[in-house]
Design a protein around this ligand. Structure first.
Ligand code: IMP
Length: 180
């Protein structure tokens, strides 16, 4: 894993290596394969941050998922969470009676994805599960903790592997933590 990464005014230190991420994704995919054996779930990827995780996760699946993308507004350019999540890019498929798996990069307060789950629930899916690469249980205040979790991490801000700081750092292969 590379050394310290500088993005704008902040420094980030190596936190979860590319190898550890990939190993864990294989394990999470195995859980999804087991639980959805013989099913064709609708996997909804929450852009932008989850694009890299979703790509690696679905390549390890042996079920036949359908894949769609949505966008929910998040932090903008700051590091604080907002309760006013908004659906920016809507769902274009009928979810009634479907098994839904939402794919998130990180769940912190849980407000962002919670908002979306509440909306989707009104459309009468058969089931909804949430898979998140990262989960910050100390900061969680929502109603829907992830059903499948890559890594539980402390509250510190992280970047890389799809996650950004001020729209940068998404291309990094490993995950880095803000240097205090
Ligand atoms: P929540 O609504 O507080 O759960 O925030 C979830 C969203 O905030 C995620 O989808 C990310 O876009 C963003 N986010 C939360 N924590 C971090 C972090 O440590 N680094 C980068 N983005 C984060």
């Amino acid at each position: 894993m590379e050394g310290i990464v500088k993005i704008k005014d902040k420094e980030f230190v190596p936190y979860i290596s590319e190898i550890d991420i990939q190993k864990r994704i294989v394990e999470v995919a195995a859980e999804v394969n087991r639980d959805y054996h013989g099913k064709s779930p609708l996997m909804i990827v929450v852009l932008n941050g989850a694009f890299m995780f979703a790509a690696d996760l679905v390549r390890n699946l042996h079920i036949e998922p359908e894949i769609q993308f949505i966008r929910i507004s998040t932090y903008g350019n700051s590091m604080s969470s907002s309760k006013d999540a908004q659906l920016l890019l809507g769902l274009e498929v009928d979810v009634e009676g479907r098994d839904i798996i939402l794919i998130e990069d990180i769940v912190e307060t849980g407000y962002t994805v919670g908002y979306f789950i509440d909306e989707v629930q009104k459309l009468a899916p058969s089931s909804i599960k949430l898979v998140s690469l990262l989960y910050k249980p100390e900061k969680f205040k929502g109603s829907y903790p992830p059903d499948y979790i890559g890594f539980e991490i402390p509250g510190a801000f992280v970047v890389g592997y799809g996650l950004d700081y001020a729209q940068q750092g998404r291309e990094l292969r490993s995950i880095y933590q803000l240097k205090e």
